[in-house]
Ligand binder design. Structure first.
Ligand code: FAD
Length: 418
């Protein structure tokens, strides 16, 4: 029995194959009526499943090459492994998700993001991609062709490599603040979320205090490692104080799993993720849900969810609030508008979670909320289509890349209507 990382979905795919060359991927696609790429299995639903064959790209050569001002990355590589290739070359990515354990192609395909008022989703770093389409043809896309294809949900083809924008390596500090009162956050929501390079607010929605604010700030290029972080005035003025010990955002979980805090500077890939490579991220036995609302509706969205606080209490481990800068990727949650992401880490209790997801969608979809494609949500294609101005263009692109519907599955039927 093969399952996703959370153990919440048993794959129905007849087999998982691990080709060692792109030509082999092309042959597999050409002979398989149903087929689907599988990354590191961190999505929470049947999104990566298929009634046919699943294909892992982990067996392709893992060489990372510099190509102009980008790096060409094998699709199955995990961000943590990519970072260990980039760091010795003095290179970095602009942002990472909360965990480095996920594959680059799987993260990009689902619009995965980190945080930061000026940081778009990880998919926005893609400068080119190579993909085996549903006809078995190898396509190389760049420029304007990327907008529809990058957040592709695995429905357009099997991506074999991606070119990602890089920049000179940099260091950050990470400080966790505590004691922020709800009225202070509501009054200064955008200031708090924008007070550093990357900010995450963690809350359980109940009580007088919000919870924790994780603040990641880039150090000045010449400050060297070991420089302590300056306290953030916005947070101090709002009554928050820096924690004096390492913290986990979920009560009772081991802090050993978290990246170094307490203001000690360290390299980008050891501060941007909340969790350490090689260690257990998050809670483990869990489900996740996330909605991206236009930042202009952030205060309404936070107030609406806070109104459900008591109902969420028993099923919720924690919520994380983050910002994502706008991009032009057709199926991105931040397409055309800066967004606030409201994330929910749930206990792995599927029926109770589904009931709460319905309640969340009742209050958030009217505000323009778009669900995270890799997480648990309820909205069907009819409800989703109006939220994405390029929805019909995306469906046309699916048909042209995959005329025989090899990459379709039960998830695409429910949520894309194909
Ligand atoms: C503990 C935890 C923390 C998380 N934190 C964050 C976070 O901070 N921010 C965030 O936005 N999300 C987060 N996520 C969600 C996660 O980033 C997404 O679920 C993402 O899809 C995981 O990538 P994966 O490789 O595991 O995908 P998989 O589950 O393996 O696949 C997901 C989709 O990608 C497609 N895919 C995979 N590889 C390819 C390929 N080579 N070509 C074409 N399609 C492909 C699959 O077909 C499928 O449709 C988190 C998940 C977990 C479990």
């Amino acid at each position: 029995m093969r399952t996703n990382w959370a153990g919440s979905h048993v794959y129905e795919a007849s087999d998982l194959v691990t080709p060692t060359s792109v030509a082999e991927v092309q042959e597999l696609v050409a002979v398989s009526p149903r087929i689907r790429a599988l990354g590191s299995r961190h999505s929470f639903t049947d999104l990566a499943d298929t009634p046919g064959l699943q294909v892992s790209l982990a067996g392709l050569p893992s060489t990372v090459e510099v190509v102009g001002d980008a790096v060409r990355v094998p699709a199955g590589l995990r961000y943590g492994d990519l970072a260990t290739e980039l760091a010795p070359r003095g290179l970095a990515l602009a942002n990472l998700a909360s965990l480095p354990h996920i594959s680059v192609a799987g993260a990009v395909a689902t619009g995965t993001h980190g945080s930061g008022r000026r940081n778009p989703s990880l998919a926005a770093a893609v400068r080119g991609l190579e993909m085996v389409s549903g006809t078995g043809e190898l396509l190389r896309l760049s420029g304007a062709d990327l907008a529809g294809a990058v957040v592709g949900l695995g429905a357009l083809g099997i991506v074999t490599s991606l070119d990602l924008a890089v920049e000179p390596a940099y260091d950050l500090t990470q400080v966790v603040y505590e004691g922020l009162a709800w009225p202070a956050l509501l009054e200064r929501l955008e200031d708090v979320l924008g007070c550093a390079y990357s900010v995450s607010v963690f809350t359980t929605w109940v009580g007088e205090e919000v919870g924790q604010v994780w603040v990641k700030e880039r150090t000045a290029p010449d400050s060297g490692t070991g420089a302590p972080a300056e306290p953030v005035e916005t947070l101090l003025a709002a009554g928050a104080r820096p924690a004096t010990e390492q913290r986990h955002m979920i009560a009772g979980m081991s802090v050993e799993n978290t990246t170094a805090q307490l203001g000690v500077a360290g390299p980008w890939h050891e501060r941007l993720p909340h969790f350490r490579m090689g260690f257990q991220p998050s809670a483990g036995e869990e489900l996740q849900t996330e909605y991206l609302v236009p930042l202009s509706r952030a205060a309404e969205a936070v107030a609406a969810v806070r109104g459900l606080g008591e109902a969420l209490r028993e099923v919720l481990f924690v919520t994380e609030l983050r910002t994502i800068a706008a991009d032009d990727l057709w199926l991105s949650g931040a397409y055309g508008e800066d967004a606030l992401a409201l994330h929910f880490t749930w206990h792995r209790e599927a029926s109770r979670v589904h009931a709460l997801v319905e309640r969340l969608e009742e209050v958030l979809l009217p505000l323009g909320a778009r669900p995270h494609w890799g997480k648990v949500f309820a909205a069907r294609a009819e409800a989703l289509a109006p939220l994405y101005p390029r929805w019909d263009d995306f469906l046309d692109l699916v048909t042209s890349c995959d005329p025989q519907g090899r990459f379709r599955n039960a998830w695409t039927e429910r949520h894309l209507g194909i």
